[in-house]
Design a protein around this ligand. Structure first.
Ligand code: GAP
Length: 514
């Protein structure tokens, strides 16, 4: 199965099993907007809890916040979003399709890396056991040729982005002979900037309505509350403020399912530090956040850092954590050193002093900020992509199983009476009632046990408990584990402890402990 086919299956699976639906589907949906169904909302809530607890519970110096989506319009002038939150867009005159110029070039660069990998694989087959990849990469003229061309374009691209040189971006697209994937032609327009913020009106026109924006990031709600939290919480530097909430961007090229949405959710933490300490903290937060991702067990090699070619207007260092999605390595999280840009700008635009008095230094200053910013929806897609597995089981049968890490699984236990009679449903219901105060528990009595297992595998339920006639005699049940399909017989009284152990969030959090 190709990665493309796998991705299509994953999207279909998300819908069929109540994870994700297109928004307002009965009206044919709304572009790049999605709803989370009965299983999706549970997974999403668990992702948010994993993040929140790893920030707020594990760090004594990080506290939470829930700021409003609507903010005073001056916020976005101060933050630079009104002037500079733009995407460089280019149109193909033949297909009438619009693209992000930077994405077209990034895709071209990724294709060059693929070409090099293909050369290496061909050589590996040719040379067999004796193949030395490092030596081949260093000496092959063909690889050197592709790499030199790639590096030259990469350098031009980084310079053009940093200088905001739209003509040069277009020239790179022409020089690399990039064609529109729809029309196949190179009939491109000029590159233009397009602001990504959604705006609306607040108040009635008669009263003098004002234009306000739907926030494109949650971070500004934290910045404008810096003094409120610092003073009321008597926080001392370094300290952090964490927030989870909706953000909105009028993405023109909305692609790849929930990867790039117009309405999405962010989990952001702004860590306020002394000026000069920011690079140390930036390094530390890179490691902590990578550990948070890797604790999920999806394989070390499926993650990498990617330093930014172009720094945002507020940053002096920035990296992304990328995950190996079915459509390649892509950003899941950004870790940015934002300097004192935001607080200073809010100080300037509001006319209010936003400073911290450092008792050790005996002076006041505007703190520096290290930000960690991750999209809940992208994290969701990461988990679903890594968890979706098709496998052959005994008897030539196939199963689709979602290997979602147990603490994040939507349902933790499914309780099933073997038959719908002889008091087995009543006993099973008692087990549900015993477990439901601590865990999400499902009750299922329909179809054969095999079919019921398949249904639970498909939504990632880590444990199935079967109640049979022996349960009535000796008070034991069969517990079946999702990933190994192994079964064990245990006493009903031992169930709460077993379930706690198997699905506890603690197991994950211990790997990222502060
Ligand atoms: N406050 C900094 C900030 O917003 P960003 O790199 O623009 O930085 C942070 O966004 C994260 O938010 C990304 O790494 C991604 O996970 C998520 N994100 C951004 N735009 C998104 C979109 N259109 N759809 C889904 N997630 C998005």
């Amino acid at each position: 199965m190709t990665q493309d086919e796998l991705f299509k299956k994953l999207v279909a699976h998300c819908k069929e099993y109540g994870f994700i639906f297109p928004s307002s589907e009965i009206y044919d949906g709304l572009g790049a907007v999605y709803d989370y169904g009965q299983n999706g909302v549970e997974l999403k809530n668990n992702i948010k809890r994993y993040w929140w607890d790893s920030m707020v519970k594990l760090h004594e110096n990080i506290v939470g916040l829930d700021a409003a989506i609507f903010m005073h319009p001056r916020t976005w002038e101060a933050s630079g979003h009104v002037g500079a939150f733009n995407d460089p867009l280019i149109d193909n005159r033949d297909s009438k399709k619009r693209y992000r110029a930077d994405v077209l070039i990034e895709d071209w660069l990724a294709k060059q890396d693929e070409k090099i990998s293909k050369e290496v694989e061909k050589a590996r087959k040719r040379f067999g056991e004796a193949f030395d990849e490092e030596q081949y990469r260093a000496t092959s003229p063909r690889v050197a040729d592709i790499a030199a061309k790639r590096d030259a374009v990469h350098e031009r691209f980084a310079e053009a982005l940093n200088a905001n040189d739209l003509n040069e971006l277009r020239q790179i697209i022409l020089d690399c002979e990039i064609v529109c994937p729809i029309s196949g032609t190179r009939n491109w327009t000029e590159v233009r900037q397009f602001n990504l913020m959604f705006s609306t009106q607040m108040g009635s026109t008669a009263d003098g309505a004002s234009t306000i924006y739907l926030r494109p990031e949650t971070a500004q709600g934290i910045f404008v509350n810096f003094l409120n939290v610092q003073k009321t919480g008597r926080m001392k530097l370094p300290f952090g403020i964490a927030q989870i909430g909706k953000a909105f961007r009028n993405e023109i090229v909305a692609r790849q399912f929930i990867f790039r949405m117009r309405e999405f959710e962010q989990m952001e933490m702004q860590f306020f530090v002394r000026p000069g300490d920011e690079m140390n903290w930036w390094q530390q937060w890179k490691q902590t956040r990578m550990a948070w991702h890797r604790a999920l067990g999806f394989g070390h090699d499926n993650y990498r850092f990617h330093d930014h070619d172009k720094l945002a207007h507020y940053a002096n260092a920035a990296t992304d954590i990328e995950f190996n999605f079915p459509f390649g390595f892509k950003e899941v999280e950004g870790i940015h050193s934002r300097t004192d840009y935001d607080l200073s700008r809010h100080q300037e635009f509001s006319g209010k002093k936003i400073q911290y008095f450092d008792p050790e230094k005996g002076e006041s200053y505007v703190p520096y900020v290290v930000e960690t910013s991750i999209g809940v929806d992208r994290m969701f897609l990461q988990i679903m992509s890594a968890a979706y597995t098709e496998e052959k089981i005994d008897g030539g049968e196939e199963r689709v199983v979602l290997r979602i890490p147990a603490p994040l699984a939507p349902t933790k236990v499914a309780v099933m009476p073997l038959v719908k009679k002889d008091g087995l449903p009543e006993t099973a219901q008692k087990i549900v009632d015993m477990l439901k105060f601590d865990h999400n528990v499902a009750y299922d009595e329909k179809d054969s046990i095999g079919k019921r297992y398949r249904r639970q595998d498909a939504v990632g339920t880590p444990l199935c408990v079967t109640v049979d006639h022996r349960t009535l005699e000796d008070g034991t049940v069969t517990v079946r584990h999702r990933d190994t399909m192994e079964q064990e017989r245990i006493a009903v009284e031992a169930l709460p402890q077993l379930v706690d152990r198997e699905v506890s969030m603690r197991r994950l959090l211990e790997q990222v402990r502060a």
